[in-house]
Write a protein that binds this ligand. Structure first.
Ligand SMILES: Nc1ncnc2c1ncn2[C@@H]1O[C@H](COP(=O)(O)OP(=O)(O)O)[C@@H](O)[C@H]1O
Ligand SMILES: [Mg+2]
Length: 255
């Protein structure tokens, strides 16, 4: 089949899946609300008259949990299938990175993870949707945090310029990615974690590509993983997407 036809078919399939997910959402919400109600009613039953009360309650709670998880998966998938429109502004990548880190600082310290940050001494002007870019970085940082299995826990974050392009690099000293998993990690719903969703990296890649960038992975099993997000400088972005030029807003001009 020619490549464009394959692509069209995939796009159709994506649209159908998104439609289906959307359809499931409302009944799922009712299920959740009814589940909560049921749990409440059961917990108010008198202990004496209903000997199975505890069993019924734990069943109801298990159902609630499953419903909640299904809802999370569905929301994540819809977020992926129908990505929000980008709101671009001129921002400094260094600021985006340090604000994202500030958001996680307490949590990392609490988990005993040493955070080493090395920001490029000069500003890195990029055209970006700040919220989306922060979300992508957060996903990578959470993965890094979850992968760390050593006594000495460490995450290194670096920004800079490589091959003429601005980048941010997140390196952890965690368990690494086995070679057999490498080509799967960006696949939707691929996860090796017990409570994982497999949505994190697909969303990261989608956001980074929307910005004209790319994600590079280097990993050594047992040693750690390095995820590099390479972006475009403002003028490179303008050259690459001449039809999609946003207003040239100054840093912080959109707030
Ligand atoms: N920093 C990392 N170190 C080790 N494995 C990773 C790392 N980041 C991602 N992975 C692997 O890629 C999988 C997919 O990641 P992701 O898409 O974020 O989904 P999730 O975090 O829900 O599992 C993870 O389950 C894990 O196996
Ligand atoms: Mg993840």
């Amino acid at each position: 089949m020619p490549a464009t036809r394959t692509r069209n078919k995939l796009a159709d399939l994506g649209a159908v899946a998104a439609g289906l997910a959307h359809e499931i959402r409302n009944p799922l919400n009712s299920l959740y609300i009814n589940g909560q109600l049921l749990e409440e009613m059961l917990s108010e039953l008198p202990e004496k008259g209903v000997p199975q009360k505890e069993d019924l309650l734990s069943l109801a709670r298990a159902n609630l949990k499953v419903t909640q998880r299904l809802n999370d998966t569905l929301s994540g998938f819809l977020r992926f299938a129908r990505p929000p429109a980008m709101e671009l502004a001129l921002v400094d990548l260094n600021r985006i990175v340090s604000e994202t880190l500030r958001f996680l600082e307490t949590e990392l310290a609490y988990r005993g993870i040493l955070l080493k940050t090395k920001l490029c001494p000069t500003p890195l002007p990029v055209l970006a949707d700040e919220k989306l870019l922060k979300q992508a970085l957060l996903n990578l940082l959470l993965n890094a945090q979850q992968a760390i299995d050593k006594e000495e826990k460490e995450i290194r974050v670096t920004t800079g310029v490589r091959a003429g392009r601005p980048f941010v690099r997140i390196r952890d000293n965690g368990r690494g990615i086995p070679p057999s998993d490498r080509r799967n990690i960006f696949r939707l719903f691929f996860t090796t974690r017990k409570n994982g969703s497999g949505l994190g990296l697909p969303i990261v890649r989608q956001i980074v590509r929307q910005h004209g960038g790319a994600v590079y992975v280097r990993s050594r099993e047992g040693q750690g993983t390095t995820m590099t997000v390479a972006l475009l400088f403002e003028e490179q972005f303008r050259a690459m997407f001449p039809g999609r030029l946003p207003l040239a807003l100054p840093e912080g001009g959109r707030q």
